[in-house]
Design a protein around this ligand. Structure first.
Ligand SMILES: Nc1ncnc2c1ncn2[C@@H]1O[C@H](COP(=O)(O)OP(=O)(O)OP(=O)(O)O)[C@@H](O)[C@H]1O
Ligand SMILES: [Mg+2]
Length: 360
């Protein structure tokens, strides 16, 4: 659907250059919800702004299904379709932007226009007549569940309702792709959940491909199918959301995963000495991660029966990631060193990831 290859975007500043997007390659599939996560300044907004060429990359290509491949060369854009390449015209650019909707953290609504007029705005220059526009806006209002707000102004709406208006406006021209740049970051948890629910519904109902940028792992966990992690302009990790949560590889990814997991509370419990890190041969503090296949098995009781060890749970947490359970337990395991070793092997053989927690 969207294939990004070796994309680079540098901001030239007086003192130094910033490689905001550094050799990024990504393949976003048709009909998926693709998440991009990273800390502030990682280059997320710049990357998505390159997808609709609000930012001009220096080099790299972006292929968009049904549109063609755009190649950037020192800020100039070339469009190729069926192997023929030409300079990209303003009309090409407008056509591309019409096939990609975008929503933002602060909604970007027109305060002096009603909800109806905000949504109708992008339809002004599409050649539709008044009645056709009315029909389209009514359909969009229904889609985002705001039929009763058509004549009010943005300042009479809650944050979540404003974002619904922005979503309807972004979809007015029936784009195939929706880019969402921190669309839930200014919302409270309930409104966030309802907007993510709406995005998932639109993805399902309309087959809309959605790219969600966020700095919150909870958003990825709730809504995305796949995720890319960005750091310093680069994509450092990428994969199926469940797998990334279950087996994060990079330090930054581990940090993000921990930030949204109840297991991160172990650090607080250790700091207040409510739980101790054990370094003796016959007592260890261990972390167990149970993925889909292992969740629900009675492995703990089996281990203590088979290997004559005691397992005392300090902290446990079950997350739902992409609709499947992901469990974590932090426990004290005690017994003969040989038995502890065998118990750990048993867990690992049954698909449980085991980590012995040591003093920092
Ligand atoms: N127009 C610009 N001119 C100069 N530098 C810029 C410009 N836009 C972004 N940058 C720089 O590029 C880097 C990436 O910025 P970007 O906005 O893409 O990050 P981000 O991941 O979206 O961050 P945030 O989570 O804070 O929105 C930052 O170092 C930023 O300062
Ligand atoms: Mg940003």
């Amino acid at each position: 659907m969207i294939e990004i290859n070796h994309l680079n975007k540098t901001f030239v500043l007086k003192k130094s250059n910033i490689n905001a997007v550094n050799d990024v390659s990504l393949h976003i599939k048709d009909g998926e919800i693709f998440g991009i996560i990273g800390y502030s300044g990682a280059g997320k907004s710049t990357l998505v702004r390159c997808i609709n060429f609000l930012e001009r990359p220096e080099s790299g290509t972006i292929s968009i299904e049904g549109f063609g491949t755009v190649r950037a060369d020192k800020g100039k854009l070339f469009l190729s379709k069926e192997e023929k390449e030409k300079k990209m015209s303003d009309a090409d650019l407008r056509r591309l932007r019409r096939s990609i909707g975008m929503i933002f953290q602060h909604f970007n609504l027109l305060d002096r226009e009603t909800v109806f007029d905000n949504i109708a705005y992008p339809l002004k220059y599409t050649g539709l007549d008044r009645l056709e526009i009315q029909a389209k806006v009514n359909e969009l209002l229904k889609l985002v569940n705001l039929e009763d707000k058509r004549n009010v102004y943005p300042n009479q709406l809650s944050g979540g309702q404003k974002q619904r208006v922005a979503i309807a406006r972004a979809l007015a021209d029936s784009p195939k792709v929706l880019l969402s740049d921190e669309a839930t970051s200014a919302l409270d948890p309930d409104a966030t959940e309802s907007i993510l629910h709406l995005l998932k519904e639109l993805n399902h109902q309309l087959g809309l491909t959605i790219v969600i940028i966020t700095h919150e792992m909870a958003v990825i966990k709730e809504a995305a199918d796949r995720v890319a992690v960005m750091e310093d302009g680069r994509v450092v990790e990428e994969g199926d959301v469940y797998n990334v949560f279950a087996h994060p590889q990079q330090i930054i990814t581990k940090k993000f995963v921990e930030s949204s997991s109840g297991l991160s509370n172990i650090d607080k419990l250790i700091a207040t000495k409510a739980v101790s890190v054990l370094e003796e041969d016959d007592r260890k503090l261990i972390k167990l991660i149970f993925t889909k296949d292992a969740v629900g098995n009675a492995l703990i009781s089996e281990v203590s029966r088979n290997y004559n060890v005691d397992v005392s749970i300090a902290l446990a947490n079950v997350d739902v990631v992409s609709g499947s359970a992901l469990g974590g337990i932090i426990a004290e395991i005690s017994g003969l060193p040989e038995n502890i070793k065998n118990a750990v092997n048993f867990f690992q053989e049954h698909g449980v990831e085991v980590e012995v927690i040591h003093h920092a």
